[in-house]
Design a protein around this ligand. Structure first.
Ligand SMILES: [Zn+2]
Length: 128
């Protein structure tokens, strides 16, 4: 029963408290890391020329109408193309980008969406 208090109750509580503190520290660390990316921009290039740029940390949906139509969606610090009228729609199939240097390319529209000014990409433990 929940009302029964085991003899080692206090010790167990201490362990839970320490675990909670460690978790909180971890979350704080992650939050601090995320805040460092504040300067990140979503840059739109058309035919190799920079056409527009948007903050990566302002959730919004932007209709891009250059050589064709692409819908750029910025949400939770990541950018993706959610809709397009290009024939292959490969840009829509590409996964959301959030790290510096990552791109989404729409070849038929000669459109490149690129992350600039944020953190370098995660190395993921791979030695390069
Ligand atoms: Zn496309």
């Amino acid at each position: 029963m929940a009302t029964e208090i085991p003899k080692n109750h206090k010790k167990r509580n201490d362990a839970i408290l320490i675990a909670a503190l460690l978790l909180a520290a971890g979350i704080l660390f992650l939050a601090t890391g995320a805040a460092k990316k504040d300067g990140a921009q979503v840059c739109v290039y058309v035919d190799g020329a920079r056409a527009a740029s948007y903050s990566l940390f302002e959730n919004r949906e932007i209709p891009l109408a250059y050589d064709g139509h692409n819908t750029l969606k910025i949400e939770a610090g990541a950018a993706s193309v959610t809709d397009a009228d290009c024939p292959d729609r490969l840009c829509v199939k590409q996964r959301a980008i959030s790290k510096q240097g990552e791109t989404i390319v729409c070849l038929p529209h000669r459109l490149i969406v690129k992350i600039e000014g944020g953190d370098a990409p995660d190395v993921d433990g791979v030695v390069r």
